[in-house]
Design a protein around this ligand. Structure first.
Ligand SMILES: [Zn+2]
Length: 230
C-alpha cells in the first residue's frame, strides 16, 4: 500500500491548496507554512460577535460562529473554491476537524440537537455531485455526536445570486426558495444551520424564515468562513 502511494505521488503529488508546494507525508490540505497563516477568526463569544451582529434586526439567531475570515484574494478563498468546484470534499473534513477544537473550548455545541446544512438546489447537486458543506457538517456531527439532517430543508429554486438587489429585497426573494419538508421533527429543538461562506447573510436569513414556521424552534448559525461584505 505504501509502495502504491509512493508510486502515485510521483505522478500526482499532493500539493498544498494555499501555495501549491508539495506536501510532506505528515501534512494534509495545507503545508505547515500556510496552515500557520490561516486567518482564523477565534470568536470566543458566540452570542455577541461580528457574525451574530450581522443578523441583528433581520432574524433571531441564538448564537453564531465562523471559522475563517474570507476575502477574494486570501487562502480561505482558495480552500472554499477547491471544496466547491474541484471535488476536494476532504477540505470540509479538514476544516471541520480543526474548527471542532475551537467549538469544544467555547462549548458552542453543548445544547445543539441537530445540524442542518444549507441546501443547494437538486440540479446543482446533480451537476456538482455533492453539497459542499456536507463533509464539514458530517465531521462536526461525528465529533459532537449530533445528527446531521440533510433531507429536512430543501432549496426550490436554482436562482443565480441576485447581486444587483439590496440585501432586504434579496432576502425576501430567496425566502421563497426554501421549504421545510418536516416541521414536526424540528419542534422544540435547537438546530445549527451551517453554510460555507456568509457574505450578505441573505441565504441564512431566508432559511430562518422557513425554519421558524416550526413551533418553538431555536436557530444558531455556523459557517466555514465569514466576510464583512454585508
Ligand atoms: Zn502552502
Amino acid at each position: 500500500m505504501r509502495f502504491l502511494k509512493d508510486f502515485l505521488r510521483v505522478f500526482f503529488p499532493n500539493l498544498c491548496v494555499g501555495c501549491s508546494n508539495e506536501l510532506l507525508y505528515s501534512e494534509k490540505v495545507l503545508c505547515n507554512f500556510c496552515s500557520n497563516d490561516l486567518p482564523i477568526l477565534k470568536l470566543d463569544d458566540c452570542t455577541s460577535n461580528i457574525v451574530t451582529a450581522s443578523f441583528y434586526g433581520r432574524t433571531k439567531i441564538e448564537k453564531s460562529s465562523s471559522f475563517l475570515f474570507f476575502n477574494k484574494k486570501n487562502i480561505t478563498q482558495k480552500l472554499i473554491h477547491n471544496l466547491k468546484y474541484n471535488n476536494r470534499q476532504d477540505i470540509g473534513n479538514y476544516l471541520g476537524f480543526w474548527f471542532s477544537e475551537l467549538l469544544k473550548s467555547n462549548h458552542f455545541m453543548h445544547d445543539i440537537d441537530a445540524i442542518i446544512p444549507v441546501p443547494i438546489h437538486r440540479k446543482k447537486k446533480i451537476k456538482r455531485g455533492y453539497n459542499q458543506v456536507h463533509t464539514f457538517c458530517d465531521t462536526l456531527g461525528d465529533i459532537f455526536e449530533i445528527p446531521v439532517y440533510k433531507s429536512t430543508l430543501f432549496r426550490k429554486s436554482n436562482n443565480k445570486s441576485q447581486t444587483s438587489k439590496d440585501r432586504y429585497t434579496r432576502a425576501e426573494t430567496i425566502s421563497k426558495d426554501f421549504y421545510l419538508k418536516d416541521h414536526v421533527i424540528l419542534r422544540n429543538k435547537h438546530v445549527v444551520l451551517v453554510d460555507d461562506v456568509i457574505t450578505t447573510g441573505a441565504t441564512i436569513e431566508a432559511c430562518c424564515k422557513e425554519l421558524l414556521k416550526t413551533d418553538n424552534l431555536r436557530i444558531s448559525v455556523l459557517s466555514i468562513a465569514f466576510t464583512e461584505n454585508s
